[in-house]
Design a binder for this molecule. Sequence first.
Ligand SMILES: [Zn+2]
Length: 139
Amino acid sequence: MKVFNLRCEREHHFEGWFPSLEESERQLANHMTRCPVCDSADLTRVPSAPRLNISSGTPAQLATASPQSVWLRALRELIQNTEDVGPRFAEEARRIHYGEVAERAIRGVASERERIELHEEGIEVIAVPVPPIAKEPLQ
Ligand SMILES: [Zn+2]
């Protein structure tokens, strides 16, 4: 199992797991792999030393678990790179939008109504369902 760092046209970074280098090139060339964040198929392999992933299951398990694992990994990175403001999400998003506080990436909880209100104020937020397993730290 080879792990490659991939980047989509919108600069989302994530890892793609492939049975082999040849298979990764075939899948990328045929747009069979997609960005877990924006679903773009326009992916670039970021130069880095491929490593063998032997820590989490057999190759067969990894192969079937791959799309979900890639998604989980992207979620975990998102979680690691954002500040958790919990239920104050809508309030913090507004303060950032109106320049009251320094701009930063935040995550938190917002009700459907709060999301609609933010949208009407021109503040774009992304709703992502986060399974509990994604909150475990990156290995
Ligand atoms: Zn993307």
